[in-house]
Write a protein that binds this ligand. Structure first.
Ligand code: F6P
Length: 327
């Protein structure tokens, strides 16, 4: 291919996501396939700053495609946000003869990657990895499908007890800035109401829906709340609702970090494999400052700049469907 790259470094950064291991494995094996050296950098940008990196080969990524988390470990690194930290990282890259980087992470990680590639003229390619699916330029991010299935399974379990006791549950799922998980898992889990940051439902909307639901003889209700929803803290929201609906038996369940763990689904393993190979091939073609993604089942690229500055839109049709099927 078009460049003379000899040595690629790969790291995972930000919140871990199931499927990151599949991507690491694909990067390492693609490098083996094309005859270039590859090193795994530990703990994201922190490992770059500390010089914590080791050469990998096809066998060092055996038996990881099925595992959640990331064998390289991850971190949100404050030092890398400063020029001094990035200079140190660059020195370590040079000392280890690494001449290109693959960053697996979310928008915060890509912001650092974009800056770094501009400051030091180091080719960088990103692979979108976050359960939130909130990266522009790809239909799916690594970990999203697995997290969706985890959330749906949790809702199903909560529904069993909710129905047995005629209860109303507020369930909080992840999604600091985006409602992709809540909207899709809410439809799949049969939620009565779904609250997401991209929408502006009020407490009265929620109460009206629940009153309607009771009049329609529903025996249990689930309100799925994305943690970043504008109505704020889920416990407070439940309290406010209780005041307006005193005869409802209300409970709150915050799903938390179980949403980030677990064996990746088939979709996340295949996605990680496709994007890992694509990232290496993009570097070999001499491309930099881009992210590889998947659109309409085709591997595509997007500039890191657009990936971090543009917002992927929520599917309004899904919101319409959610309103209808929750009656
Ligand atoms: O990875 C993104 C995310 O899952 C958000 O939805 C959530 O708010 C955040 O991670 C939690 O991060 P941490 O593990 O640092 O608490």
């Amino acid at each position: 291919m078009g460049t003379n790259l000899n040595h690629i470094g790969v790291l995972t950064s930000g919140g871990d996501a199931p499927g990151m291991n599949a991507a690491i494995r694909a990067v390492v094996r693609a490098c083996t396939h094309y005859g270039i050296k590859v090193s795994g950098i530990q703990e994201g940008y922190q490992g770059l700053i500390d010089g914590n990196m080791d050469e990998m080969d096809a066998r060092s990524v055996a038996h990881i495609i099925n595992r959640g988390g990331t064998i390289l470990q991850s971190a949100r690194c404050l030092q890398f946000r400063e020029k001094k930290g990035r200079e140190k990282a660059h020195d370590n890259l040079k000392a280890n003869d690494i001449d290109a980087l693959i960053i697996i992470g979310g928008d915060g990680s890509f912001t650092g990657a974009n800056l770094f590639s501009q400051e030091f003229d180091i080719p960088v390619v990103g692979i979108p990895g976050t359960i939130d699916n909130d990266i522009y330029g790809t239909d799916f991010t690594l970990g999203y499908d697995t997290a969706l299935n985890t959330v749906v399974e949790a809702i199903d379990k909560i529904r069993d007890t909710a129905t047995s006791h005629n209860r109303l549950f507020f369930i909080e799922c992840m999604g600091r800035d985006a409602g992709f998980i809540a909207l899709n898992a809410g439809i799949a889990g049969g939620a009565t109401e779904i609250l997401i940051p991209e929408d502006n439902k009020t407490l009265d909307d929620v109460v009206n829906k629940l009153e309607y639901s009771r009049s329609a003889k529903k025996t249990s209700n689930i309100v799925l709340v994305a943690e970043g929803d504008q109505l704020g803290d889920t416990f407070k929201l439940a309290e406010e609702t209780q005041k307006k609906l005193p005869d409802h038996d209300i409970r709150v369940s915050v799903l938390g970090h179980i949403q980030r763990g677990g064996n990746p689904t088939c979709a996340d393993r295949v996605l990680g494999s496709r994007l890992g190979v694509a990232a290496v091939e993009q570097l070999l073609h001499g491309h930099s400052g881009i992210m590889v993604g998947l659109r309409n089942d085709t591997v595509t690229t997007e500039t890191l700049h657009d990936a971090i500055t543009k917002k992927p839109g929520i599917n309004r049709n899904l919101m319409h469907v959610a309103d209808i099927v929750s009656l």
